[in-house]
Write a protein that binds this ligand. Structure first.
Ligand SMILES: [Zn+2]
Length: 339
């Protein structure tokens, strides 16, 4: 059975093509962070290799089990930072990592029927890496499927995109997520409501937060640090910029999550300005948000939201994280710190 929730529009397309072995050799799985792209990629890897299949993963044969445990020799996951020993930064997928993978998948699968290459963060491939992959996508070897995952489809090379079948994952509706968290994951109704609000329907984040109390504790700590930065002068703001830039170097996704937290905070400020408090994402911090919003104009908030979005986009284009963050801090309204 599929273990992915809320993506029926994709499964309806996938299942028949897998059953009839008419699947594409490359798919681009798009959608916001934690929406379930990796979970779907693992499910597809199982569905195509399943001993009961192909079509729908049984979830219990040796192929399905080994893939779920990450032990299957023919399912490879590439992510930024691989090939670091060849001098590639941790934020990129370098040429050597792609070349080595392509070399191996040109051989026959070792234990399954089809080799799977999952590229997690397809927008992070270096130009050389992307071009090397492109050549293989143009003339794909048999018995290989490429699954490219991205939360920023715009940043993926057009030539790569044109060789892949695109599938967009969507966040879950409130009713579906709340029901699923309560019935399948033993959440209380209050927990389920809170997790839906904070995850914005991205199931992976909600499950992570449900299973690990540290996720919510980290969110509180991040919001507190953000408040301190807003209230501080330029020196503290630059120190913060460097901390986020370092985080970006060691854990790209965590740094992007942190900036997404900033973005949601500033969107909340705009919602307050527009009198739409019932839609607040951080409704548990309504008092702080109201206090801060009163010291800012709508134009300042909109301008900073645009800056934040630009920074997130620049970071995906591999600009220097430190420079991007320092420019962002320079554009943080001073008024925010005077409240
Ligand atoms: Zn199976």
């Amino acid at each position: 059975m599929w273990t992915i929730y809320g993506q029926d529009h994709l499964l309806e397309r996938l299942e028949p093509s897998l059953q009839q072995r008419r699947q594409s050799h490359a798919y681009l799985l798009c959608g916001p962070p934690h929406v379930g792209k990796m979970a779907l990629a693992i499910n597809i890897s199982q569905a195509i290799n399943c001993l009961e299949g192909p079509g729908v993963p049984c979830g219990s044969c040796t192929q399905c089990t080994r893939i779920a445990l990450g032990h299957h020799a023919d399912v490879r996951v590439l992510y930024p930072g691989q090939g670091e020993e060849f001098g590639w930064p941790k934020t990129m997928i370098g040429l050597e990592a792609i070349k080595e993978t392509l070399r191996v998948v040109n051989l026959n699968p070792y234990e399954g029927s089809t080799s799977i290459v999952i590229i997690d963060g397809a927008e992070s491939m270096s130009e050389e890496a992307a071009n090397a992959l492109l050549k293989t996508l143009e003339e794909p070897p048999p018995q290989v499927m490429f699954l490219l995952l991205t939360s920023n489809e715009e940043a993926v090379l057009t030539t790569i995109k044109s060789r892949c079948q695109s599938m967009t994952l969507v966040p879950l509706s409130k009713d579906r997520m709340v029901d699923c968290l309560i019935t399948a994951h033993e959440a209380t109704p209050e927990q389920a409501e809170q997790l839906f609000r904070l995850s914005r329907g991205c199931f992976g984040w909600a499950i992570g937060a449900l299973n690990d109390a540290q996720v919510l504790e980290q969110r509180d700590a991040d919001l507190e640090k953000m408040q301190e930065t807003l209230d501080a002068g330029l020196v503290t703001r630059f120190t913060y910029a460097n901390e986020v830039a370092s985080l970006f170097g060691s854990d790209r996704e965590a740094a992007k999550d942190l900036l997404a937290l900033w973005l949601r905070w500033w969107r909340d400020l705009l919602l307050i300005k527009e009198g739409a408090e019932e839609f607040l994402h951080n409704s548990d911090h309504a008092e702080s948000l109201n206090s801060q919003a009163s010291g800012l104009s709508t134009a300042e908030i909109v301008q900073f939201i645009n800056r934040l979005m630009q920074t997130l986009s620049n970071l995906d284009s591999n600009v220097s994280p430190r420079l991007a963050m320092e420019v962002l801090m320079l554009n943080l309204p001073i008024e925010a710190g005077q409240v």
